[in-house]
Ligand binder design. Sequence first.
Ligand code: FDA
Length: 576
Amino acid sequence: MITTDVLIVGTGPAGGAASLFLSTYGIDNIVLTRYGWTANTPRAHITNQRTVELMRDMGIEDQIIDKGTAHHLMGQTAFCTSLAGEEIGRIRTWGTHPRRLADYTEASPTLPCDLPQTLFEPILVSTAAGRGARVRFDTEYVSLEQDDDGVTATVRDRLSGETYQIRAKYLIGADGGRSKVAQDIGLPMAGAMDIEGSMNIVFEADLSKYVAHRPSVLYWVLQPGAQIGGIGAGLVRMVRPWNEWLIVWGYDISQPAPVVDEAMATEIVHNLVGDDTIDVKLKSTSVWSVNHMYAEKASKGRVFCMGDAIHRHPPSNGLGSNTSIQDAYNLAWKLALVLRGQADPSLLETYDAERTPIAQQIVERANKSRTQFGQIFRALGMTPDAPAGRTIESLKDDTPEGAAQRDELRTAIELKDYEFNAHGVELGQRYHSTAVIPDGTPEPAYERDAELYYHPTTWPGARIPHCWLTRGSETVSTLDVAGKGRFTLLTGIGGEAWVKAAQSVSEHLGVPIEPYVIGPGRELEDLYGDWSRAREIPDHGCLLVRPDAHIAFRASELPDDATETLQQAFTQLLGR
Ligand code: FDA
């Protein structure tokens, strides 16, 4: 029988990333997909800072940036009657407003970029393969059985029709929104599927003349019919600047799904572009539905689900593939420690505790964003409850009603910050589980809106704040110091006893811990003083950072026996 440590079903963002992380950590894995290659349509594209940070940790940030569309071309998001038609408003998105750019650049060593799934997945899967993953295409997961020692999966080779079995110590179900793995292990799901109907039309056309002066990845079209189904409004989305595009257009889910033939697709493209003379080369069409569903539990025994298998929602906020990759990052280091015998299997239970609240959060956020176009339509007089006489034309009136309408439109567009500049949602995840040791301090309050703004803190459970440090002539992020599949301990001058403690605990438990003293004359220096301002502990305190860059343990005092304190922390963290 074929055997492996981890069998991963799915080569999408979740499965591809899980394979990449595990392979990088030296864990044997097989990853399979029922198709002959990775995604064939460019669905996900917004790649947020956290995801770019994870790729930076994997040493492949340059590939992501190279293939992606750069941040400065992502943000002049327009609301218009069509690309050629009237422009009603614009919002600077994905942190491109000067004020928000400061927030984004202060929070991370990376910037978001736009990388279609069709380009991202091959990077994930090929890098994983290069690091030892065994990749099997045209291979369909059929069923599984688990016992105390492992999981036996039955899979079918779709080329020969033959079925065979793979025996794994753990199985990851990263098989998307219709996950058979999640169904087979009976994950409890909340919410509903298929609540709105939508279609994608991918096409090539040179639209530079309509977009060059307002480069963006999204152009929202507010036309009659644009509120039916879909994701809140008609969307012309850049796939590759500026000649490959994807239109999202809704349909009434209570009716049979439309057959989107060439004539219908071309007509929709011409309508949304507002120019029926453009030459349209259709690449693909598909119909899909909007879901509002999340798993209340993400695992059972030795089987863990991730990605769309546990959170199913519209693309609003661009959270799908990002969260899928981040799920994988959360589980991979835990699996690695357990498989190497460095942690008790109970560590794996923290995956559920840490990721299911996020699944719920993003499903609710994305669906709320979808409905928050309504105020824009109302401001334009396009909803039944809009004041009588309102039209796009009346926006231009020099009347009290015109002024009120303009105010309402500005407020309605500002509300879309919750979809396009939700930095807190993108970066601010804080974990609560037994893999985080509380230090007795209350959770720091959010000083600004928790969804719009990221609040850095070293409170246990939070991601380590990014600050630039120096190492000789090199500038490195605190996030560069952390990660790499191992624990990191950070202290300052006077905290050397923590370093000795880390070395002794590491030796005793056989778990790699990389300790650093940050300060003048040390390997890492805080020349800007940013780290001293951000770390929320004194020089002689310590932060223990998990392999996924979240804070596991924090101490403000240097105890009499730092080794004993750290040993106790690890005993809880690793369940040993
Ligand atoms: P995904 O569905 O991508 O992959 C599932 C994998 O499992 C595939 O490899 C499939 O072949 C395999 N599989 C399934 N069943 C199997 C079986 N029985 N046997 C073997 N293999 C099997 N997200 C985002 O972060 N930013 C964005 O900008 C957007 N934009 C966007 C636009 C549009 C129009 C859509 C429809 C979606 C988005 N998304 C998004 C969402 C994003 O596409 C989605 O969340 C991710 O693809 C989910 O990744 P997964 O790996 O979980 O599943």
